[in-house]
Design a protein around this ligand. Structure first.
Ligand code: ADP
Ligand code: MN
Length: 180
């Protein structure tokens, strides 16, 4: 995998996937193995800095203030070394990323993971997320938004898979060379 034309010394990596597929866990382990990388959990940033315009009761999520999210992230992206952790793949400029990881989880595994994760997760939202995973919504979004050769689909069903995924991303970081 080669990098697009950028002068960053460290790659920027986008980790996307349906909620519960393991984005934040994966990103945390990658940063443990590559401390020069920085993990930006966009959902947490949105809550901390109120980068939303309110609460969507139907979809049970914040209505994102996309311009402010992009402004908030922009400066840090130039230097490289950022792991952006977000569910969606169509919000960010293509030039920001050298690698886009799409985490996938088997629907029954994902169902029980989401069920045990949060008491405040409604049945409706749980079902919606599992259906979105079955329909590979995020994978399609990533493939539409980024060059085919930088999109990496990784299965994240087990702890063994998690470990293998972390190693694979660490190898990408170690092998990364800035464009001449
Ligand atoms: P996301 O950030 O995509 O919503 P999390 O990283 O918060 O997902 O993971 C959701 C839950 O699933 C956590 O309890 C985490 O420990 C667990 N988990 C994540 N990835 C795996 C995996 N590959 N195998 C087993 N459990 C996992
Ligand atoms: Mn997360």
């Amino acid at each position: 995998m080669s990098s697009p034309s950028s002068s960053r010394k460290l790659p920027n990596i986008l980790i996307v996937g349906t909620p519960g597929t393991g984005k934040s866990t994966t990103a945390q382990y990658v940063v443990q193995g590559a401390p020069s990388m920085r993990h930006v959990e966009v959902g947490a940033l949105v809550r901390e800095k109120q980068l939303h315009t309110g609460w969507d009761a139907e979809y049970e999520c914040h209505v994102l203030d996309e311009d402010r999210i992009l402004d908030e992230l922009e400066e840090g992206m130039e230097a490289g070394g950022v792991i952006v952790d977000f569910h969606g793949a169509d919000l960010f400029p293509e030039r920001w990323f050298d690698l886009v990881v799409v985490l996938r989880t088997d629907n029954s595994v994902l169902y029980s993971r989401l069920q045990s994760r949060r008491a405040n997760y409604s049945q409706k939202k749980l079902t919606e997320n599992v259906e979105a995973e079955i329909m590979q919504v995020i994978l399609d979004e990533a493939r539409e938004s980024y060059a085919e050769e930088i999109v990496l689909e990784l299965s994240s069903d087990t702890l063994e898979a998690l470990e293998a995924n972390v190693q694979r991303i660490l190898q990408f970081i170690a092998a990364f060379k800035p464009a001449a």
